[in-house]
Ligand binder design. Structure first.
Ligand code: G6P
Ligand code: MG
Length: 217
């Protein structure tokens, strides 16, 4: 089956926002009286905001009711939004723009498939919005990765079938989501945690679109 579309996760694939998520979560942990390490922050990649808070509270050994949790998540998000509002196109990861331009020149469709409710803000600030034919983000989905909903919605909005798509993902849950959606998936990062992907690359610098188009499912 010929590839007709590329679907990109946003955080960790096109831009590095994990550092901003970390600063905001760490500040929340400090307010709650414990230290949240960078290592623990790795566990939040690709994970929804609510689930991220639950993991953070597990680390701190704390429990809150739903109302208090909503307040904490909002507090963290306000700090996070302060950071991403200051983002610029310089923060797009190396090789990304050239890769997307090449794909568009070859007639491929492109979409964002992200768990983030802040995806639009990030895409606007970094001037990436114009490169995508569809944006499916945390405001449009009801189930989190590894459920394939976000990627299936992206394919549907682009008018292509799942097996005509390649997904690019940096998180384990995202790789599983793409596989659950019967899509090809390229992992961005290391083989260690993304080993289930059809192919793993360190980033888009020197990435070969031609070799991805030949990936067998
Ligand atoms: C991405 C990030 C996660 C983040 C999630 C929700 O998947 O990798 O770390 O928790 O989006 O982001 P949001 O901006 O809605 O809090
Ligand atoms: Mg990601």
């Amino acid at each position: 089956m010929d590839i007709k579309a590329l679907i990109f996760d946003l955080d960790g694939v096109l831009v590095d926002t994990a550092k901003y998520h970390y600063l905001a979560w760490k500040r929340l942990a400090e307010e709650l009286g414990f230290f949240f390490s960078q290592e623990n922050n790795e566990r939040l990649k690709g994970v929804s905001r609510v689930r991220s808070l639950e993991i953070l509270l597990e680390v701190g050994g704390l429990q809150f009711d739903e109302e208090a949790k909503t307040k904490l998540a909002t507090k963290k998000n306000n700090w996070y939004v302060d950071y991403i509002l200051k983002m610029t196109p310089d923060e797009i990861l190396p090789g990304v723009i050239n890769f997307i331009k090449e794909a568009k020149n070859q007639g491929l469709k492109t979409a964002i498939g992200s768990a983030s409710k802040n995806a639009k803000t990030i895409l606007e600030r970094t001037d990436l919005l114009k490169y995508f034919d569809a944006i499916i983000d945390g405001n449009k989905v009801s189930t989190a990765k590894p459920d394939p909903e976000v990627f299936l919605l992206a394919a549907a909005e682009l008018g292509v079938k799942p097996d005509e798509c390649i997904v690019f993902e940096d998180a384990e849950a995202g790789v599983e989501a793409a596989l659950n959606g019967k899509m090809r998936v390229v992992g961005i990062g290391s083989e260690k945690n993304l080993g289930h992907a059809h192919l793993v690359i360190p980033g888009f610098e020197n990435a070969s679109l031609a070799s991805f188009l030949k990936l067998a499912i």
